[in-house]
Write a protein that binds this ligand. Sequence first.
Ligand SMILES: C[S@@+](CC[C@H](N)C(=O)[O-])C[C@H]1O[C@@H](n2cnc3c(N)ncnc32)[C@H](O)[C@@H]1O
Length: 264
Amino acid sequence: MSEIRQITSLTNPLVKAVRGLHLRKEREASGQFLAEGLKIVTEAVELGRPPRVLLYGPEARDHAVLRKAADATHKAGGEVVEVTRDILEKISRRDNPQTVVAVFEQTFAALESLVPAGHAVWVALHAVRDPGNLGTIVRTADAAGCGGVILVGECCDPYSVEAVRATMGSIFAVPLYRASIPEFLAWRQAWPGSVIGTLLTASVDHRGADYRRPSLILMGNEQQGLTAELAAACDVNVKIPMRGRADSLNLSVAAGIMIYAAID
Ligand SMILES: C[S@@+](CC[C@H](N)C(=O)[O-])C[C@H]1O[C@@H](n2cnc3c(N)ncnc32)[C@H](O)[C@@H]1O
């Protein structure tokens, strides 16, 4: 590996900037985000998304896979830095940090560029609040082969450290789109398949709905559920049956059930 900088000071400006990526305001200002772990970094490189900055601890120095990631980072004009374990702990805010962390550029695709027929199933989330739920849904969308995830209205940040951790690397594989509610409602008019809302008060069992392809599954917010306005914009609203005392399923669990029902 060539041109490796070494940083040992917690007050180094690069370390400060990387730590700042825990804050949404800093992520939005820089358009960057933090991902942890050599496996995820390798996956990003394989998908043509090399890091802007690759930081690793001394234990990872001789790892052949790290060298490959470092070469790809250099080739793309990024920076490779060896840091202390102490710095990795502070960056990841964990006692037992990953030996590799990296800074990447965020990407959001334009809704107008979405080609519905390109995939059988797509997912839209309204006002998702919990980064763990959002990351888990992106991971499930990836596993099931969905085309992408559309974030409607004010959602939590898919590029927060918590959301990215929950995606387990799928953040690099699943296109993300953003739309305000009016933008989504207007765009939805031209959707060629079924738009399926998920609603606790629906009378249609999710297994009985017509998942005409491409299917667009619309999930509601954790607290309020799907709004009346969005539910009215769906071709059908469905309910996943619940037999016990729970009054709802966790959002990411419900999304997983819906995605696989639509894909089968
Ligand atoms: C935790 S639930 C929302 C609960 C909210 N109190 C409500 O009244 O809808 C979050 C989202 O998961 C989905 N969901 C959860 N359980 C569901 C079920 N049994 N059937 C269909 N969708 C469900 C819906 O999209 C819902 O908006």
